[in-house]
Design a protein around this ligand. Structure first.
Ligand code: NAP
Length: 537
């Protein structure tokens, strides 16, 4: 590996070696020929797939779409084994990409960035790491993911717990042995819903602490047959076309029919087919599910009926189906045997909306009504999403203005890619990008390619700095708000899309909900107009 350059400035520094950082390195180094370095906190590549190795961790996008599409050879040579890849398989894939494109020699592992400061006189980003190393680069590109800063609730007494505690996103590398153990799981969204069935299989007892009930649809995961694998390879171009044309970056389009304009029996048959297919196919069944509460209710009622049919204990069924939001207005989970898990003798459900957690003691969790003795507590409590991973980098821009101050009232970006006052800083999947509302490799690839083209344009034209204008940023924030307000997404006041899961975080709808295809078109137009809304100098 090349030695860190220390004082010698690089053209670009990339923070993070997950999906975004690996591809950004490949593009800048191998397409533009720039000296680039990636700094990665972990000892290996993978980003979110390196850290999130909790039991049951699996991708909710189908494997043939949860991948890069920039290289036909890569698409053709990689073999996914299951419909939804497990964490270990996605991690193997990213390691394969790192090897195949010889990326490791420009990645410095075990290197956590603790500060990044724009030096206006030198037009350089000066970056400091936890090891005390210093780097300088013209461009700073954050590839830190939207869901990387763990949200561990500040429960009184937590530090006194004598057992073992793990947050799902910082899971130990050695297997956690649940045998003979009483396990408490806090959190019943995408992560908790994946983890509960797997933990229940080996734990002596599992207590699931549910604050907000959630819809979930069976994933119907299965090994991919040779025939399906062959179809995916043969249809790779069409799959990519659909991923680019779709709202959410998945390889299917939203049906051009309204639930409310479809006769009830026909509608039911469509939901039944989507249920049987499994995964995320209910949402695209009709065009009005995300814009009309009445339409959404038809999907919600269908899913609730299915959930009730699984759960044997009526009391548990009542708690698990006491859902307070429209379907898919919070991130829709998919599962393998989640509701079935509550039929097991060794699984209990605690409604902590009705009886909140009061404290953790040395031996367990006490709610306002009862005490639950535990040996292990698993926090599936999510993330300080979208802004947490950026703010912890301690970024300061022009005039020393801190990103945390610029975003005091909530994040503001232009296209999710740049922040006014922070020249030459690019934020892959920053707030204001469609990111988390999509099959995320799709926005990642688009952002990386757009940033690469932008830097290539700057080199061609001799521009030294690029910076979002305040005007363009203000207009984009308005568009992000308008896009969310046009959907049911903004009707949920307690989702992490709004930052509501982190106490004290400003409530701002963060991702762009106007759809990936529309977003791509906007970015293309901006570039065609000579990077409209950016000041190049
Ligand atoms: P999450 O969606 O934020 O859910 C956190 C869960 O913990 C919720 O049930 C939440 O309840 C609960 N919770 C949070 N703070 C709590 C507290 N103080 N006391 C009690 N309960 C609390 O986090 P996540 O499940 O880790 O998922 C985050 C995102 O990661 C997903 O939306 C998805 O984008 C991504 N993800 C993807 C996959 C995949 O593709 N396979 C898998 C997992 C996660 P409330 O709802 O009441 O806040």
């Amino acid at each position: 590996m090349t030695k860190p350059t220390g004082a010698a400035p690089l053209d670009a520094l990339i923070i993070g070696a997950g999906f975004s950082g690996l591809y950004q390195l490949h593009c800048l180094r191998d397409k533009l020929g720039l000296p680039v370095r990636v700094l990665e906190a972990a000892p290996a590549v993978g980003g979110t797939w390196y850290w999130n190795r909790y039991p049951g961790a699996r991708c909710d996008s189908e494997s043939h779409s949860y991948c890069y599409t920039f290289s036909d050879d890569l698409v053709q040579e990689w073999e996914w084994t299951e419909r939804y890849p497990a964490q270990a398989e996605v991690l193997r894939y990213l390691n394969h990409v790192a090897d195949r494109f010889d990326l490791r020699r420009d990645i410095q592992f075990d290197t956590r960035v603790t500060e990044a400061r724009y030096d206006e006189a030198a037009n350089l980003w000066r970056v400091t790491t936890a090891n005390g190393e210093r780097f300088a680069a013209t461009f700073l590109i954050t590839a830190v993911g939207c869901l990387s800063a763990a949200n561990v609730p500040d429960i009184p007494g937590l530090k006194d717990f004598k057992g073992v505690c793990h947050h799902t996103s910082n899971w130990p590398h050695e297997d956690v042995d649940f045998r003979g153990k009483r396990v408490g799981l806090i959190g019943t969204a995408s992560t908790g819903i994946q983890a509960a069935p797997v933990i229940a299989e080996t734990a002596a007892h599992l207590t699931v602490f549910q604050r907000t009930a959630n819809y979930s649809v069976p994933a119907r995961n299965a090994p991919l047959t040779p025939e399906v694998k062959r179809q995916h390879k043969e249809n790779a171009a069409e799959i990519r076309r659909l991923m680019h044309a779709s709202t959410n970056g998945h390889p299917y389009l939203i049906a051009d029919r309204a639930a409310l304009a479809t006769p009830p029996e026909e509608r039911e048959a469509i939901y039944e087919a989507a249920w049987a297919r499994g995964g995320l196919y209910i949402r695209p069944s009709f065009s009005d599910l995300m814009i009309s509460k009445e339409a959404n209710d038809t999907a919600a009622q269908f899913i609730l009926k299915k959930i009730r049919a699984v759960i044997k204990d009526p009391a548990k069924a009542a708690v698990l189906t006491n859902i307070d939001h429209p379907y898919a207005a919070k991130r829709p989970p998919i599962d393998t045997n989640y509701f079935e898990t509550f039929n097991r003798d060794n699984v209990a459900l605690v409604d902590i909306k009705a009886a909140p957690i009061a404290e953790v003691t040395a031996d367990g969790i006490r709610t306002s009504e009862a005490f639950y003795p535990l040996d292990i507590i698993v926090f599936a409590t999510g993330f300080d999403a979208m802004t947490g991973s950026l703010l912890r980098l301690n970024i300061a821009g022009r005039d020393g203005v801190k990103l945390s101050d610029a975003w005091e009232a909530g994040p503001r970006t232009y296209l999710g890619l740049q922040v006014a006052g922070f020249p030459n800083l690019f934020t892959i999947t920053g707030p204001g990008s469609p990111s988390v509302l999509c099959n995320v490799p799709v926005p990642i690839q688009q952002h990386v390619e757009w940033i690469t083209d932008c830097i290539a344009h700057m080199r061609k034209t001799g521009a030294k700095t690029i910076e979002a204008t305040v005007d363009a940023q203000d207009r984009w924030v308005e568009q992000v708000n308008a896009a969310a307000n046009a959907t049911l997404l903004s009707s949920v006041k307690h989702s992490w899309y709004l930052g509501a899961n982190v106490p004290g975080k400003p409530r701002v709808f963060m991702p762009y909900a106007g759809g990936m295809a529309r977003y791509r078109g906007i970015c293309d137009d901006v570039a065609k107009q000579g990077y409209a809304g950016f000041a190049l100098s």
